[in-house]
Design a protein around this ligand. Structure first.
Ligand SMILES: [Ca+2]
Ligand SMILES: [Ca+2]
Ligand SMILES: [Ca+2]
Length: 211
Protein backbone atom coordinates (compact mmCIF):
# COMPACT_ATOMS: atom_id res chain seq x y z
CA UNK A 1 0.00 0.00 0.00
CA UNK A 2 2.82 2.37 0.95
CA UNK A 3 4.67 1.56 -2.26
CA UNK A 4 1.46 2.13 -4.19
CA UNK A 5 0.99 5.57 -2.58
CA UNK A 6 4.58 6.55 -3.30
CA UNK A 7 4.21 5.41 -6.90
CA UNK A 8 1.03 7.49 -7.21
CA UNK A 9 2.74 10.56 -5.79
CA UNK A 10 5.66 10.09 -8.20
CA UNK A 11 3.30 9.65 -11.16
CA UNK A 12 1.19 12.64 -10.11
CA UNK A 13 4.26 14.85 -9.72
CA UNK A 14 5.52 13.69 -13.07
CA UNK A 15 2.13 14.41 -14.65
CA UNK A 16 2.08 17.90 -13.12
CA UNK A 17 5.63 18.72 -14.18
CA UNK A 18 5.37 17.51 -17.76
CA UNK A 19 1.80 18.23 -18.79
CA UNK A 20 1.36 21.96 -18.31
CA UNK A 21 3.31 23.30 -21.24
CA UNK A 22 4.20 22.29 -24.75
CA UNK A 23 7.97 22.24 -25.08
CA UNK A 24 10.50 21.16 -27.65
CA UNK A 25 11.37 17.46 -27.78
CA UNK A 26 14.58 18.34 -29.65
CA UNK A 27 15.81 21.71 -30.92
CA UNK A 28 14.52 22.41 -34.45
CA UNK A 29 15.23 25.53 -36.50
CA UNK A 30 13.62 27.61 -39.22
CA UNK A 31 14.82 28.09 -41.92
CA UNK A 32 15.30 24.36 -42.24
CA UNK A 33 13.62 21.02 -41.94
CA UNK A 34 11.16 20.22 -39.16
CA UNK A 35 10.99 16.47 -38.51
CA UNK A 36 7.33 15.73 -37.86
CA UNK A 37 7.99 12.93 -35.36
CA UNK A 38 10.00 15.35 -33.19
CA UNK A 39 6.83 17.15 -32.08
CA UNK A 40 6.66 18.70 -28.62
CA UNK A 41 6.65 17.01 -25.26
CA UNK A 42 3.65 17.52 -23.00
CA UNK A 43 1.17 14.85 -24.05
CA UNK A 44 -2.45 14.79 -25.18
CA UNK A 45 -4.25 18.14 -25.08
CA UNK A 46 -1.00 20.04 -24.46
CA UNK A 47 1.51 19.06 -27.15
CA UNK A 48 -0.93 17.30 -29.48
CA UNK A 49 -4.44 16.04 -29.94
CA UNK A 50 -4.81 12.58 -31.40
CA UNK A 51 -8.01 10.62 -32.02
CA UNK A 52 -6.88 7.66 -29.93
CA UNK A 53 -4.41 7.38 -27.09
CA UNK A 54 -2.47 4.45 -28.55
CA UNK A 55 0.41 4.75 -30.96
CA UNK A 56 -0.83 2.76 -33.96
CA UNK A 57 2.70 2.55 -35.38
CA UNK A 58 5.27 2.21 -32.60
CA UNK A 59 4.54 -0.97 -30.64
CA UNK A 60 1.51 -1.95 -32.74
CA UNK A 61 2.15 -2.13 -36.49
CA UNK A 62 5.85 -2.14 -35.60
CA UNK A 63 6.23 -4.70 -32.81
CA UNK A 64 8.61 -4.29 -29.89
CA UNK A 65 11.68 -6.24 -30.97
CA UNK A 66 14.67 -4.20 -29.86
CA UNK A 67 14.69 -2.01 -32.96
CA UNK A 68 14.43 1.58 -31.66
CA UNK A 69 12.54 2.62 -34.80
CA UNK A 70 9.75 0.22 -33.80
CA UNK A 71 9.40 1.81 -30.37
CA UNK A 72 9.86 5.53 -31.02
CA UNK A 73 7.64 7.49 -28.55
CA UNK A 74 5.73 4.26 -28.04
CA UNK A 75 3.56 5.53 -25.18
CA UNK A 76 2.27 8.63 -26.97
CA UNK A 77 -0.99 9.07 -28.86
CA UNK A 78 0.57 10.50 -32.03
CA UNK A 79 0.97 7.61 -34.48
CA UNK A 80 4.51 7.05 -35.72
CA UNK A 81 6.06 4.69 -38.23
CA UNK A 82 9.09 4.71 -40.53
CA UNK A 83 9.84 4.09 -44.16
CA UNK A 84 10.57 0.45 -44.98
CA UNK A 85 12.27 -1.53 -47.66
CA UNK A 86 10.80 -4.47 -49.57
CA UNK A 87 8.38 -2.60 -51.86
CA UNK A 88 6.60 -1.05 -48.88
CA UNK A 89 7.84 2.55 -49.00
CA UNK A 90 10.30 2.26 -51.85
CA UNK A 91 7.60 1.09 -54.25
CA UNK A 92 7.17 1.81 -57.98
CA UNK A 93 4.29 4.24 -57.32
CA UNK A 94 6.38 6.81 -55.46
CA UNK A 95 6.49 10.25 -57.08
CA UNK A 96 9.95 10.90 -55.60
CA UNK A 97 12.81 8.60 -54.58
CA UNK A 98 12.37 7.39 -51.02
CA UNK A 99 15.05 6.55 -48.48
CA UNK A 100 14.27 3.95 -45.84
CA UNK A 101 14.47 4.05 -42.05
CA UNK A 102 13.00 7.58 -41.80
CA UNK A 103 10.42 8.20 -39.08
CA UNK A 104 7.12 9.83 -40.00
CA UNK A 105 3.73 10.58 -38.45
CA UNK A 106 0.75 8.73 -39.87
CA UNK A 107 -2.81 7.61 -39.11
CA UNK A 108 -3.80 11.27 -39.38
CA UNK A 109 -7.45 12.24 -38.97
CA UNK A 110 -9.35 15.54 -39.30
CA UNK A 111 -9.31 17.45 -36.03
CA UNK A 112 -5.91 16.19 -34.93
CA UNK A 113 -3.13 18.69 -34.21
CA UNK A 114 0.53 18.59 -33.22
CA UNK A 115 2.77 21.31 -31.76
CA UNK A 116 6.32 22.13 -32.77
CA UNK A 117 8.28 24.56 -30.64
CA UNK A 118 10.91 25.90 -33.02
CA UNK A 119 13.61 28.53 -33.12
CA UNK A 120 13.18 30.98 -35.99
CA UNK A 121 16.59 32.48 -36.69
CA UNK A 122 15.39 35.24 -39.02
CA UNK A 123 12.04 37.06 -39.36
CA UNK A 124 10.47 36.73 -42.78
CA UNK A 125 8.11 34.93 -45.11
CA UNK A 126 8.85 31.26 -45.65
CA UNK A 127 7.76 28.79 -48.29
CA UNK A 128 6.43 25.57 -46.77
CA UNK A 129 7.25 22.18 -48.24
CA UNK A 130 6.64 18.59 -47.18
CA UNK A 131 7.65 15.00 -47.77
CA UNK A 132 4.33 13.20 -47.50
CA UNK A 133 1.82 10.65 -48.71
CA UNK A 134 -1.91 11.37 -49.07
CA UNK A 135 -4.59 8.80 -49.81
CA UNK A 136 -6.97 11.38 -51.31
CA UNK A 137 -6.73 15.17 -51.34
CA UNK A 138 -6.43 16.61 -47.87
CA UNK A 139 -5.98 19.97 -46.18
CA UNK A 140 -3.82 21.18 -43.34
CA UNK A 141 -3.07 24.52 -41.77
CA UNK A 142 -0.49 25.86 -39.35
CA UNK A 143 -1.17 28.13 -36.41
CA UNK A 144 1.55 30.23 -34.84
CA UNK A 145 1.15 30.97 -31.15
CA UNK A 146 -2.56 30.22 -31.43
CA UNK A 147 -3.41 32.10 -34.66
CA UNK A 148 -3.95 30.65 -38.14
CA UNK A 149 -0.87 31.67 -40.10
CA UNK A 150 -1.32 29.84 -43.41
CA UNK A 151 -5.00 29.38 -44.22
CA UNK A 152 -6.00 25.95 -45.49
CA UNK A 153 -3.25 24.35 -47.56
CA UNK A 154 -4.04 21.55 -49.99
CA UNK A 155 -2.09 18.32 -49.82
CA UNK A 156 -2.47 16.75 -53.24
CA UNK A 157 -3.46 13.09 -53.32
CA UNK A 158 -0.82 10.47 -54.08
CA UNK A 159 -3.49 7.79 -54.63
CA UNK A 160 -2.75 5.73 -57.74
CA UNK A 161 -5.41 3.37 -59.11
CA UNK A 162 -2.70 1.38 -60.87
CA UNK A 163 -1.29 0.09 -57.57
CA UNK A 164 -2.90 -3.34 -57.04
CA UNK A 165 -2.09 -3.36 -53.31
CA UNK A 166 -4.75 -1.55 -51.29
CA UNK A 167 -2.75 -0.71 -48.11
CA UNK A 168 0.07 0.72 -50.21
CA UNK A 169 -2.14 3.69 -51.12
CA UNK A 170 -0.80 5.17 -47.84
CA UNK A 171 2.82 4.71 -48.98
CA UNK A 172 3.13 6.63 -52.25
CA UNK A 173 5.64 9.30 -51.29
CA UNK A 174 5.73 12.75 -52.85
CA UNK A 175 7.45 16.00 -52.01
CA UNK A 176 6.41 19.57 -52.60
CA UNK A 177 8.27 22.74 -51.78
CA UNK A 178 5.26 24.99 -52.25
CA UNK A 179 2.25 23.87 -50.25
CA UNK A 180 1.91 27.34 -48.76
CA UNK A 181 3.64 30.30 -47.16
CA UNK A 182 3.97 31.53 -43.62
CA UNK A 183 5.21 34.71 -41.99
CA UNK A 184 7.38 34.11 -38.94
CA UNK A 185 9.06 36.33 -36.41
CA UNK A 186 12.56 35.66 -35.15
CA UNK A 187 12.67 33.77 -31.86
CA UNK A 188 10.97 30.84 -30.21
CA UNK A 189 7.58 30.12 -31.80
CA UNK A 190 5.02 27.37 -31.34
CA UNK A 191 3.75 26.04 -34.67
CA UNK A 192 0.63 23.92 -34.54
CA UNK A 193 0.02 21.60 -37.48
CA UNK A 194 -3.72 20.93 -37.93
CA UNK A 195 -5.18 18.11 -39.95
CA UNK A 196 -8.17 19.94 -41.43
CA UNK A 197 -9.75 17.49 -43.87
CA UNK A 198 -9.52 13.92 -45.17
CA UNK A 199 -6.69 12.73 -42.95
CA UNK A 200 -5.01 9.63 -44.42
CA UNK A 201 -1.78 11.61 -44.77
CA UNK A 202 1.73 10.71 -43.62
CA UNK A 203 4.29 13.42 -42.98
CA UNK A 204 8.01 12.74 -42.69
CA UNK A 205 9.08 16.38 -42.46
CA UNK A 206 8.13 19.94 -43.35
CA UNK A 207 10.56 22.41 -44.88
CA UNK A 208 10.65 26.17 -44.36
CA UNK A 209 12.63 28.09 -46.95
CA UNK A 210 13.12 31.86 -46.88
CA UNK A 211 11.32 33.59 -49.77
CA1 LIG B 1 -3.11 7.45 -31.91
CA1 LIG C 1 -3.79 9.76 -35.26
CA1 LIG D 1 10.85 12.38 -40.17
Amino acid sequence: MKAFLILNIVLLNCFVCTSQISKAFKPQQIPGKIECELYDQGGEGIAYHDTDAINNGSGKLNPVNGNPLNEFRINEGVDISYSKDGDIDNNPYNKVPRSIGNLYIGWTMPGEWINYTVEVTKSGTYKIGALYTANGDGEINIEVNGKDATGQMKITSTHDDKDPIDWRQWHHWNSSDSIGTIKLKKGKQILRLHIVSNGNMNFDYLTFTAQ
